[in-house]
Design a protein around this ligand. Structure first.
Ligand code: ADP
Ligand code: MG
Length: 658
């Protein structure tokens, strides 16, 4: 930027007919009522006027923090009305420096950090901006205060930090709104001396004051009253100027590096803000932690239960078909349907794809042994039943075809029955006699407890030849079911169809239905999935509630930091910079919450395993990755609105609220 002090050069700043109206009640009041003003590069101008005359309003318009309601404002011949928010931010960042009455330093940052901040937005490399900020502070007599926070500095020192901040990007215009207003005489004079020195180096200085003594330092005094200029006089001739060197030193970082640098700065600010409100941050995170932990746990529980159920079903035997009388499950007449008989079983046994067939009849009855009695399920089965079902013996033997043919009074009991009736017998149950109703039977075998399988309830069950049950207990020859073991080479679906065809031909009608263990597996898997989905939906709701908590806290955070946002905008932060800062904060809260949530879920699984449950939680990598993505997404989703609100703030209003 070249500096031209000759009267023929175009004015650096040119206002014509500028009005600024504020809404007041029904109408408006004009803080500026038609201002025409030209300021040339290198001038030092004091704007004086009583309180409320419109000085600050004028200053905000000059500094592109505010726009005129009417009239035009040109900078170096360029109309500012045509510039968008980010172009105005660029002007503030690269050409303007602000010095405020109340310093407006960021309290979490050190003196050095405050001075560096505008350079971050300008994309200066970290080493360069640190060097430049330290040099400026050194020059203003603050070399030994670089690491101090604003709270640890006097007013005069804070104002010097804010002057250094205004200069760090090599501003060629410095706007100072009552820079000495909050300072004692000596500090005020020091600040004025610095501004004067800057002006002597070629910087254009516009200083607003209500103090004539301060104004007299300038070479030109512009008087304002009730929003109109009432005087403009030159008090002394401009000193000869040395032209300023290029504003910003070379050594700016590449755009990518600069963006990464801004991201790092935003990250640092987000961490500082989170640290400043630890309790609030933790409470907000809690919602996300609980949500993510429950989602991960539920998915792991679902997967664990699915695997357990599947392993149980496989103990049932995969390729069996069970034929029942009646139209379908729950057919109330199925007990009366007497058409399923032994000849059906024989016909099925003759089919080429059948590896084994066993008929079943069943009833409930009371078993007695000595003084003990227990109510049990009486299963009348064929000798192949044990093969078809894959039943194992703990003791003794199974009955054979001969026993079935002769209606032998032999019984195979299960572990539950043994415990109930024979636990007192030292040499086991085999060879003993028990009574079913009034009929005596000899115990020939004890089955092994099936591991968690279907029907492995605590109910005692006993197995007898079906002929024995039909003749000696039921007195009826119809069957409760026929179990068909399909050979391995045949598809169960095809076999099922073939069984239906055979039986329909024999019965003339379909008065039976078939249960396919494959179908059961599928039904149970589907049921487990539906359940998982249902619980996951509840967990997702809790995540949404957590997300709303994050949004709420981010809105609070934004409204608490309006002043900071105003300062950042004044020194030239883009809307996207502000947006990024708050989005990062929201995402960090969610991401950290998410990671803690996952850790909680894993700990829960470990605790579950430690108490020795037979059932285990199965965590999948996908669900954990999904949880991380999900929490990030919640941060973006629920942080977006507050971050956008922050980025849309009006810099003047934001500064005023500080
Ligand atoms: P000065 O800085 O000279 O003391 P200001 O420029 O701050 O004066 O204010 C000029 C006039 O505009 C005052 O009457 C003030 O009440 C009014 N004003 C300033 N800011 C606002 C605002 N945001 N809303 C309404 N009126 C305002
Ligand atoms: Mg003011």
């Amino acid at each position: 930027m070249t500096v031209a002090t000759s009267p023929t050069a175009p004015a650096l700043i040119s206002l014509s007919g500028v009005r600024r109206e504020y809404p007041a009640g029904e109408g408006t009041i004009a803080a500026l009522a038609g201002v025409d003003l030209e300021i040339r590069a290198g001038e030092m101008v004091a704007i004086v006027g009583p309180s409320g005359s419109g000085k600050s309003t004028l200053m905000n318009i000059l500094g592109c923090l505010d726009r005129p309601t009417a009239g035009s404002y040109r900078i170096a011949g360029r109309d500012t009305a045509a510039l968008g928010p980010d172009e105005l931010a660029a002007l503030r960042r690269e050409r303007f420096g602000f010095v405020f009455q109340r310093y407006h330093l960021l309290s979490e940052l050190t003196a050095l950090g405050n001075v560096e901040m505008p350079a971050t937005y300008a994309g200066t490399s970290p080493a360069n901006r640190k060097r430049r900020a330290a040099a400026l502070l050194g020059r203003l007599g603050m070399a030994d205060r670089l690491g101090h926070r604003p709270g640890q500095l006097s007013g005069g020192q804070q104002q010097r930090v804010s002057i250094a901040r205004a200069l760090v990007n090599g501003a060629d215009v410095v706007f100072a709104d009552e820079p000495t207003g909050a300072l004692d005489r000596a500090s005020g004079d020091e600040v004025l001396r610095i501004l004067d020195e800057l002006n002597a180096e070629g910087t254009t200085v516009v200083i607003v004051t209500h103090d004539m003594a301060v104004a007299s330092q300038a070479e030109r005094i512009v008087e304002i009253s009730d929003g109109v200029l009432v005087g403009d006089r030159r008090v002394r001739e401009p000193a000869p100027r040395t032209p300023r060197q290029a504003a910003v030193e070379p050594g700016a970082a590449s755009p990518l590096r600069a963006a990464a640098d801004r991201f790092r700065e935003a990250l640092r600010m987000a961490l500082l803000a989170m640290n400043a409100h630890r309790l609030r941050t933790v409470l907000t995170m809690l919602g996300i932690i609980i949500g993510i932990a429950s989602v991960v746990c539920v998915v792991a529980l679902g997967e664990g239960s699915r695997r357990m159920i599947l392993s149980n079903i496989s103990s049932l035997g995969t390729n069996t078909l069970e034929v029942f009388p009646g139209a379908d499950f729950g057919d109330v007449r199925s007990a009366k349907v007497k058409t399923l008989v032994m000849d059906d079983a024989r016909a099925l046994a003759g089919q080429p794809f059948v590896a084994g067939v066993t008929p079943t009849v069943s009833t409930n009855s009371t078993l007695r042994h000595g003084a003990l009695e227990v109510s049990a399920m009486i299963n009348g089965v064929g000798e192949q039943y044990f093969v078809v079902k894959g039943t194992k013996l703990a003791d003794g033997r199974f009955f054979d075809g001969g026993s079935v043919a002769t209606m032998a009074q032999e019984v195979v009991i299960d572990e539950n029955t043994r415990k109930a009736l024979f636990s007192a017998e030292a040499d086991g149950a085999v060879g003993r006699t028990l009574l079913i109703g009034k009929v005596p039977f000899r115990v020939i075998g004890v089955t092994r407890q099936q591991q968690g399988g279907f029907g492995s309830s605590a109910n005692p069950s006993v197995y007898l030849p079906y002929t024995t049950v039909q003749a000696r207990i039921l007195g009826s020859y119809s069957l409760r079911s026929i179990t068909v073991l399909v050979d391995d080479a045949t598809d169960t679906k095809l076999a099922e169809q073939a069984v239906v065809d055979v039986l329909r031909k024999r019965h003339g009608t379909k008065d039976f239905f078939i249960l396919n263990t494959d179908d059961i597996r599928r039904t149970i898997t589907a049921t487990a999935e539906v359940l998982t989905l249902l619980i996951a939906a509840i967990a997702v709701i809790s995540l949404i509630v957590g997300g709303i908590g994050v949004m709420n806290i981010m809105l609070v955070s934004v409204s608490e930091r309006v002043g900071e946002i105003g300062v950042r905008m004044a020194v030239g932060a883009r809307r996207s910079d502000i947006m990024q800062q708050f989005l990062i904060e929201a995402v960090l809260v969610c991401l950290i919450g998410g990671l803690i949530g996952i850790a909680t879920a894993l700990a829960f699984g470990a605790a579950f395993a430690a108490v020795g449950s037979s059932f285990s939680l199965v965590y999948s990598g996908t669900s954990i990755v999904a949880a991380v993505l999900c929490s990030t997404l919640i941060g973006v989703l629920f942080g977006w609105l507050p971050a956008r609100n922050a980025s849309r703030l009006d810099p003047v209003a934001a500064l005023a609220r500080d």
